[in-house]
Design a protein around this ligand. Structure first.
Ligand code: ADP
Ligand code: MG
Ligand code: MG
Ligand code: MG
Length: 417
């Protein structure tokens, strides 16, 4: 086969095509004729294969030149695999152990060979089943603080940082998906939108909801124009794999330089949506009370951990071009540095609420919906859950400057529930 031409893998062709790869052979066993392959991709975009050999297993992820969910009519460049690979290597350095280990990358074939996470499951699935994972709050809070801080001008050396910004600036097409599907489509009659029919009234209201529409565009402006740090870019509960003891983050193909608050807000929004979806999965009223309480606890733990770790990194690793110690601590004025830190965190908080509210709208009214709600078969029941999530989402986004604590948001969520 001409190795310069892209060809999609199949379970049948994979052993022949990757059977000569020394790294993979060393990981899973040298005799490719004894590999077994199954395709498990449940995502919207790519192929994912689990390859099991005689001495181990690995995951082979391959991008396609189009959006898998839609088909060849929606082309999408293979280079997203390149960005995913480079984001994974940076995340591995910034928060060791939190992403799958990478074994091999082939840019032409858009293939990443990586660690097979097992017995991990997708966090979203676990939450739908009502499972409480004890470690995720802390692990995800640390991941956010470490990746967002260490990828920014607060930490990176100026040249490396600017080169990296240029490298990821080419991820235009995936940013374009976010810019349209997240920030604009839900706010007009975009062709790809869909919603549960019982929400017709709320969609009609949104068409003339000036505050929410302007807020979504303010957040879009920040997303497009604030190149603060290397974002994961698609950090929802479907991009986290878990066991009771271990948390991993996967699928950063949307990675690019954007505002710190984006990853935080997207992730927390998915926990708030999980919260409101719980009643749709109850077989008896109140059955998921403990789960609801747990989800709000996790949100608080993610934020508290993020804040604490970000402050720790600020005090111990602030070696980039911003807020230099030579202006503050080294002049005997550590309080000035603390003042600046509090300002930065306050801005992340406010923007986080804006992004979270926007994410909650697009997951219910846009193209890409969440299994949390979609698996509630009865549309009346589903719509009741979605309606509450939309109400909270609007509240968070529009009032983001006057909401000051997660305790208040907890009370608001419990009031809506
Ligand atoms: P997409 O970009 O298409 O969304 P993902 O990277 O999210 O693809 O992977 C799709 C699915 O494949 C995941 O939901 C998960 O079930 C499985 N998967 C992906 N990477 C791994 C891995 N390293 N180990 C185990 N399963 C994985
Ligand atoms: Mg995915
Ligand atoms: Mg993906
Ligand atoms: Mg409690």
């Amino acid at each position: 086969m001409d190795s310069q031409t892209f060809q999609a893998l199949t379970p049948e062709t994979l052993p022949a095509r990757l059977g000569g790869n020394e790294v993979l052979k060393a990981k899973i066993g040298p005799d490719a004729s004894r590999w077994s392959v199954r395709e498990v991709g449940d995502g919207n975009l790519n192929l994912v294969f689990i390859v099991e050999g005689t001495s181990g297993a690995a995951v082979v992820k391959q991008a396609l030149p189009y959006v898998r969910l839609v088909g060849e009519s929606w082309p999408l460049p293979l280079k997203r695999s390149f960005f995913e690979y480079h984001a994974l290597t940076r995340q591995a350095a910034r928060d060791p152990g939190m992403v799958p280990e990478i074994y091999h990358f082939d840019g032409t074939q858009a293939i990443i060979v990586m660690e097979y996470l097992t017995p991990h499951v997708i966090l979203r699935r676990a939450l739908i089943e009502g499972r409480q994972l004890p470690k995720i709050g802390r692990d995800l809070g640390l991941f956010l603080a470490r990746t967002l801080f260490r990828g920014s001008d607060l930490s990176m050396e100026a040249r490396a940082r600017k080169e990296d910004l240029a490298l990821f600036a080419d991820n235009v097409e995936l940013c374009d998906i976010t810019e349209n599907l997240v920030f604009s489509d839900p706010y007009f009659e975009a062709e790809l939108n869909r919603h549960t029919p019982e929400l017709d009234d709320i969609v009609a209201d949104l068409r003339s909801d000036r505050d929410m529409k302007v807020t979504a565009q303010i957040m879009k402006h920040k997303f497009a124009a604030s190149a603060e740090t290397l974002l994961h870019g698609d950090l929802h509960t479907g991009s986290v794999m878990v066991t009771a003891e271990n948390t991993r983050v996967i699928d950063p193909e949307f990675a690019f330089y954007g505002p710190m608050a984006f990853d935080v807000g997207m992730l927390l929004a998915n926990f708030w949506m999980s919260y409101f979806s719980q009643s749709g999965h109850e077989t008896a009223k109140g059955e998921r009370d403990g789960m609801r309480d747990y989800l709000l606890d996790v949100i608080e733990e993610i934020w508290a951990t993020f804040r604490t770790e970000f402050a720790h990194l600020w005090r111990t690793e602030r070696k980039g071009i911003l807020y230099q110690a030579s202006l503050f601590e080294k002049r005997g004025d550590p309080l000035a540095s603390e003042q600046a830190l509090n300002g930065v965190i306050a801005d992340i908080w406010t923007d986080m609420l804006g992004f979270a509210g926007v994410e909650m709208h697009r997951r219910i009214l846009g193209l890409a919906h969440n299994a949390d709600f979609e698996t509630i078969a009865d549309t009346g029941r589903r719509a009741a859950c979605e309606r509450k999530a939309l109400k909270l989402g609007r509240h968070l986004a529009v009032n983001r400057r006057s909401i000051h604590s997660l305790a208040d948001i907890r009370a608001t969520a419990e009031l809506l529930e």
